[in-house]
Design a protein around this ligand. Structure first.
Ligand code: FAD
Length: 305
């Protein structure tokens, strides 16, 4: 379903993000576990794309496989760094033929060994424009073409320390044709609310989906601090994690509790949607839904409930 229709129908969206597993066996395992995610009735699920190149076909194969699972509407991520226009055109054509309705449209980070080759695109906004040109060519079965989601960074993106300039770039990316913004993970809701207000002041009116990642291990926290460069763990969360003295199950409980409280507060503050970084495991997300007292996304406010 096109993103615009999702927002029109659902009011509020709930989505889950996966990464493509490295082996066929792990991919099959993930597809098998999809029934657990499907029970939560997500509005859509998204599958990341390796800007480095190694997992590119795996993203395609996984979204096409997920398309066959009932209740699951997959959205592929597509990064433009290192790609030329012909490559991106071929990918879009494949996705259009597979009946996929939307693209999570990103720049990606050049791999360290790329030798500075940036390809045809400099920023995600170039890719948004390219997709809109594809959309105008009527190659997609939906006459509107692909719906487009782009990334936003409540705590700021490390490459643009000037936060006013960053907002200008984000506005340009939305004006190029984005239908929604999905944020980087954040652990302090005030950062999200302030970002949302700054977007509003900049004249950005598309829905902004909040990126939530339940902390499930101390090792995972350190890894995410690297991957989501700039994401900050508040002192209160760090103190709670420290109290566990490193006991794995206790860290996981602290992390899931923190994320649940974030979600409850976001729901109270009219969030347009919540995007869960699942790390391919359903347990934490299922626990969040259960503690919020609901069995699925409909009960959380999707589908206009
Ligand atoms: C929801 C989400 C999903 C993601 N999925 C993936 C994934 O699947 N694969 C992956 O590899 N990475 C992924 N990332 C990471 C993302 O690719 C990186 O954070 C990347 O550095 C920024 O991507 P972007 O799309 O925001 O780029 P852009 O919007 O191009 O922004 C990148 C930087 O350039 C600046 N900028 C923008 N326009 C201009 C301009 N005209 N002139 C100068 N500077 C400009 C921005 O302020 C920012 O600092 C994801 C991030 C998020 C939040």
């Amino acid at each position: 379903m096109h993103l615009r229709d999702m927002f029109a129908r659902e009011g509020r969206t709930f989505s889950f993000e996966f990464f493509p597993p490295r082996s066929d066996a792990a991919a099959r395992e993930l597809i098998d576990s999809m029934s657990e995610f499907a029970k939560l009735r997500p509005t859509f699920v998204s599958v990341t794309y390796g800007a480095g190149g190694s997992t590119r076909d795996r993203t395609h194969n996984l979204v096409v496989a997920l398309r066959q699972v009932e209740e699951i509407d997959p959205i592929p991520h597509l990064t433009c760094v290192g790609h030329d226009e012909d490559q991106v055109h071929a990918i879009l054509r494949r996705y259009a033929r597979a009946g996929l309705s939307n693209i999570m449209t990103l720049r990606g980070d050049p791999p360290k060994d790329s030798g500075g080759d940036r390809g045809s695109f400099r920023q995600a906004s170039d890719l948004v424009r390219f997709i809109q040109r594809f959309n105008a060519s009527n190659e997609h079965p939906d006459r509107r073409g692909f719906g487009v989601a782009v990334a936003g960074f409540p705590e700021g993106h490390p490459l643009t320390p000037n936060r006013m300039l960053e907002m200008d770039y984000l506005k340009a990316k939305v004006d190029a044709g984005a239908d929604a913004i999905v944020t980087q993970m954040f652990f302090e809701n005030r950062d999200f609310y302030d970002f949302r207000e700054r977007c509003e002041l900049a004249g950005i009116t598309v829905p902004i989906l909040a990126g939530i990642m339940p902390v499930t291990s101390f090792k995972g926290m350190r890894k995410m601090a690297e991957l989501a460069a700039g994401a900050r763990y508040p002192a209160s969360l760090l103190r709670a994690v420290n109290r566990t003295k490193g006991q794995e199950e206790a860290v996981r409980r602290v992390g899931v509790h923190w994320a649940t409280e974030q979600c409850r507060d976001l729901l109270d503050h009219d969030v347009a949607g919540i995007h869960f970084y699942t790390l391919n495991r359903s347990t934490a997300t299922r626990e969040i839904y259960a503690t919020l007292g609901v069995s699925d996304s409909l009960a959380l406010g999707a589908h206009g409930a």
